[in-house]
Write a protein of this length. Structure first.
Length: 429
């Protein structure tokens, strides 16, 4: 119980202190690394030093001669006063000239106010191994485990509780990402940080062969002695489809429902499907399903596929890219409109140039067409098999006379509807 209240008093005195500023110098190489521990430890700083050569501690205060230095190993209650011969004052600093590592220190004045710090000896991380583990799915993640021999860097709170300083271990590798704008893969450096050795680390599976580099820790970087361990080339297993679909556009004034770029439109609807699979892919497979069906009726294995849909309805196009272990997919749903066919009853090939110059049908999703225009005596003046074109009111290159002519049309729509149309055409001046 006494130990509990003593710890609370220590924490209270630390919190209510008017000024608390420990600094450390010395050690080998750079000055000690400064860690700010949790407030619950009661420590103002933890210093990580590369050795104790020339190591000193300073405490800044308005009355440097009013403070006494104490040292301890684990328990502040067992602290002993520091030899006054090792203490000096300069300006607003009281300085301890000889400092050991893996030891705690505090200063105290006549009112009982205390300020605590701890000095930890830096230990090289000592990387021993970096291996890929069998856990997890290699299609989505790579699970690695690292082992090291450096051991823990330990300090003790003002309550005598053992704490371990976290080490930051940095893992770097490379993956690839597809860029639609430039249509190529671009290398993308990746990184992740971990603090615990001997446990599984999971990172996103790379899309290309790569090396994993483990570097650390932050203390080694500070002391310019960072360690590196390299995992030999990791063979990528994860795959990515990177698929897109593009409609072939038609500029036909008398065709209704032509596609504007999405995957819907009048038949015949021609779509180019493309896949830019990642490096580990060894099989590309396109499957096409008719509207309402669950069994594919067409299969292709090219990375790029151009296909024309001639029947109305919503199709399903599935892409699968894979290797022996992993698969990725994409899906598209092109839709072909139902058919329609309308015929005008007059046109003005000469009176208003550029406006209603030809006899043209209005149509949508017509997949076969045959038309004939005759005069009143049954003479054939014009025949055509493409509904996109029309009759300009001429016969053998010469304009025919204004009057009544006749058309006969047979056509079939993408939805199976058969059209048989005939009627008068009024050619007006």
């Amino acid at each position: 119980m006494n130990r509990y209240f003593t710890s609370l008093l220590m924490l209270f005195l630390v919190v209510t202190a008017s000024k608390a500023a420990f600094t450390a110098t010395g050690g080998t190489g750079n000055a000690p690394y400064v860690v700010t521990p949790p407030a619950s430890t009661g420590l103002e700083h933890v210093f990580v030093s590369n050795g104790s050569q020339g190591l000193t501690l300073q405490y800044e205060t308005d009355q440097p001669t009013a403070w006494t230095w104490y040292s301890y190993d684990k328990d502040p209650d067992a602290a002993t006063p520091v030899d006054p011969a090792l203490i000096s004052t300069t300006g607003q600093y009281t300085q301890l000239g000889t400092v050991n590592t893996d030891a705690g220190y505090f200063v105290s004045n006549a009112t009982g106010e205390r300020h605590y710090t701890y000095v930890v000896a830096w230990k090289p991380v000592g990387y021993r191994s970096l291996t890929v583990q069998s856990e997890g799915s290699a299609c989505t993640e790579v699970v690695l485990q690292a082992l090291a021999d450096g051991g823990d860097q330990v300090y003790y709170t003002v309550s005598g509780l053992r704490r371990v300083l976290e080490r930051e271990h940095r893992l770097t590798w490379t993956t690839e990402t597809w860029q639609d704008a430039t249509e190529n893969y671009v290398s993308q450096p990746q990184s992740a940080s971990f603090t615990t050795m001997g446990v599984n680390w999971s990172v996103n599976a790379p899309l290309c062969d790569t090396e994993f580099h483990l570097t650390g820790d932050q203390y080694g970087r500070w002391f310019e002695a960072e360690e590196t361990l390299v995992l030999p080339t990791y063979k990528a297993l994860a795959v990515k489809a990177n698929a897109k679909a593009t409609v072939d556009l038609r500029d036909v004034p008398n065709e209704n429902g032509t596609s504007t770029g999405d995957l819907t439109g009048s038949a015949p609807l021609t779509v180019t499907f493309s896949s830019h699979p990642s490096a580990a892919v060894n099989l590309v497979e396109w499957l096409i399903y008719k509207p309402g069906e669950t069994t594919s009726y067409a299969r292709f294995t090219d990375e790029e596929l151009t296909y024309t849909f001639k029947e109305s309805g919503q199709y399903t196009v599935k892409l699968y890219v894979s290797n022996n272990q992993c698969m990725d997919s994409a899906e598209f749903t092109p839709q072909v409109y139902e058919s329609m066919l309308d015929c005008p009853n007059f046109f003005t090939p000469r009176s208003s140039p550029g406006d209603n110059d030809e006899f043209r049908v209005a149509y949508k999703s017509i997949v076969s067409f045959k038309g004939v225009i005759v005069n009143r005596w049954g003479n054939v003046l014009f025949q055509w098999s493409d509904p996109a074109i029309g009759w300009n009111g001429t016969y053998k290159g010469k304009a025919v006379s204004p009057g009544v002519y006749y058309y006969m049309i047979e056509a079939k729509g993408a939805d199976g509807i058969v059209y048989k149309k005939s009627g008068d055409i009024n050619l007006l001046e």
